[in-house]
Design a binder for this molecule. Structure first.
Ligand SMILES: O=C(O)CCC(=O)C(=O)O
Length: 223
């Protein structure tokens, strides 16, 4: 981003905090490398098919638990029947640091133990409609990391998919956390600003990567 224009940390709604430029370029490149590996397997990245036959424009790969509408499983029955990659400890630590950066609450951060990540890749045409993240059995916050092209991120309300909402720009390296009263806000990505990423800084030739870490609240006996 343009370093001349300061982008302060901002609470967009109670519990929904935007921390610009949180990831260093090194961290972004390391995440891109990890996501590339997960995208090739054991369960490859794919466009998710929705129950009514629609196909999501983003491509998604999961770590820890596999999300398919509207459930989490260990095995990706809708892709290739294989078990998803394990959720790495370094990502739990990253999630805790993210929570601390957003909320400044050390004990909440130390207790935060995400066990799944949905990794979405957006090319210039991809979008995500307004939705709530409500397939988890835990109300723990969602940690969202953005890398590559910037986008318009729509922060809505908990009641409806429509107004009132606030549009913010998420750029490469930005952190967005939503929990507490904002845990079930509707949110979406109406637009990606194609070509705004920095390939040298991120290692991505183009497009936008978004990683959301979540706590499923599930145990293996339920998978
Ligand atoms: O790409 C984003 O910033 C949001 C992703 C999202 O809403 C989701 O994965 O549920």
């Amino acid at each position: 981003m343009n370093a001349l224009i300061p982008r302060p940390t901002r609470e967009i709604a109670p519990g929904a905090v935007h921390v610009p430029d949180w990831l260093t370029p090194e961290e972004q490149r390391a995440l891109v490398t990890a996501c590339r590996a997960w995208a090739s397997g054991p369960v490859p990245i794919r466009h998710t098919t929705l129950p009514r036959g629609g196909v999501m424009s983003v491509r998604t790969v999961c770590v820890g638990w596999h999300w398919s509408p509207y459930t989490y499983t260990r095995v990706a029955g809708d892709v290739n029947g294989r078990r998803v990659a394990a959720f790495p400890d370094w990502m739990v630590r990253l999630g805790r640091r993210a929570l601390l950066a957003a909320y400044g609450d050390e004990s909440a951060a130390a207790a935060y133990t995400p066990d799944t990540a949905l990794i979405n890749f957006y090319d210039g045409q991809a979008r995500m409609g307004m939705h709530q993240d409500k397939d988890e059995r835990s109300a723990a916050p969602v940690v969202s990391l953005s890398i590559g092209d910037s986008c318009v991120f729509r922060v809505g309300n908990t009641e409806t998919r429509t107004r009132p909402y606030t549009d913010i720009e998420l750029a490469s390296g930005d952190l967005f956390v939503f929990g507490g009263p904002s845990r079930y806000i509707h949110h979406g990505v109406p637009r990606v600003h194609e070509g705004t990423g920095d390939p040298a800084a991120t290692g991505m030739a183009g497009g936008r990567l978004n990683i959301t870490m979540r706590v499923t609240g599930l145990t293996d006996t339920e998978s």
